[in-house]
Design a protein around this ligand. Structure first.
Ligand SMILES: [Zn+2]
Length: 283
């Protein structure tokens, strides 16, 4: 199925009923709720609800990140040179998923993993096809083949509810690739609430059959992250602005060290201080 007919799997996020899709809006056949449908993009919530992160201690970094996210190629390049993804990536995972499968990327930002992946985010970044709250997915039960979500669940208010939604919309036998950070500082995107250990993820995904659980990003990225944050706090003289400038500077200075993760990620014990875990599961 191509991206052009995602209308086929959409349902009302409020009452889960069938949607009548028109050129510039869609309407729930049951509760009558109206949703905007503009330039092929479905809006299930008002992105004005999106928190700008203005009151956060990392506001400057958040703003820069939001700016970079508007340019997908630059975001991908920086993400992969400043932090080494030595473990299984979402691209590795998707290599085993045939074209034609219905794949949703939750909390995608502007990241285009593959041209057949449907991007869903709470904000209409370039490339986002569905703007929605991830707690109430606008898809029919058992309608999706694959769900991927990278570093999303720590940013949602109720991760258990989101995991339940993912389970609901997946077809039986459908698969997930989900990453969550472990050793990392506070990072608003637009806010930051939770962390899971290796064992905690097993509880979070208890309804899924575990296929693989491992480190996506290793202990050196975790170490350089904490080191640069500590140095930035030390040299900040209690100014959130200086703290963020030092953080950005050190991000580039310490990046070469992260190459060590290509070796250390192979040491099983390094999962005790991994930066990001991935979970591959099946419904
Ligand atoms: Zn409805």
């Amino acid at each position: 199925m191509s991206n052009n007919n995602i209308g086929y799997i959409l349902s009302c996020p409020n009452c889960k009923s069938r949607l009548l899709i028109e050129k510039d809006f869609c309407k729930c056949s049951q509760c009558g709720a109206l949703y905007k449908h503009e330039s092929g993009i479905f809006f299930f919530h008002d992105s004005g609800e999106y928190n700008t992160g203005a009151d956060k201690s990392d506001n400057l970094i958040f703003q820069i990140k939001s700016l970079i996210k508007k340019s997908p190629k630059l975001f991908y390049f920086l993400n992969h040179t400043l932090g080494i993804h030595a473990g299984k990536s979402v691209k590795d995972f998707l290599r085993n998923i045939p074209k034609g499968a219905l794949i949703i990327n939750l909390g995608s930002g502007s990241n285009i993993i593959r041209d057949d992946v449907i991007n869903l985010d709470s904000y209409p970044y370039p490339g986002v096809k569905i703007v929605s709250d991830v707690h109430k997915l606008p898809f029919k039960d058992a309608s999706v083949d694959v769900v991927v979500a990278e570093s999303l669940l720590e940013h949602v208010k109720n991760p258990e509810a989101v995991v339940k939604e993912i389970y609901r919309v997946l077809k039986p036998g459908g698969t997930i690739y989900i990453t969550t950070p472990f050793i990392i500082g506070f990072h608003s995107s637009p806010d930051d609430y939770y962390r899971w250990t290796y064992s905690g993820l097993r509880i979070l995904f208890k309804d899924f059959k575990e296929i693989e659980l491992g480190s996506a990003v290793g202990p050196t990225v975790a170490f350089t992250y904490i080191l640069r944050e500590w140095l930035a706090v030390f040299f900040s003289f209690n100014s959130a602005y200086i703290y963020q400038l030092v953080t950005l500077f050190l991000m580039f200075i310490l990046a070469p060290l992260n190459l060590l993760d290509f070796i250390l990620i192979k040491y099983k014990i390094s999962k005790n201080i991994a930066h990001i875990f991935y979970f591959v599961g099946k419904k």
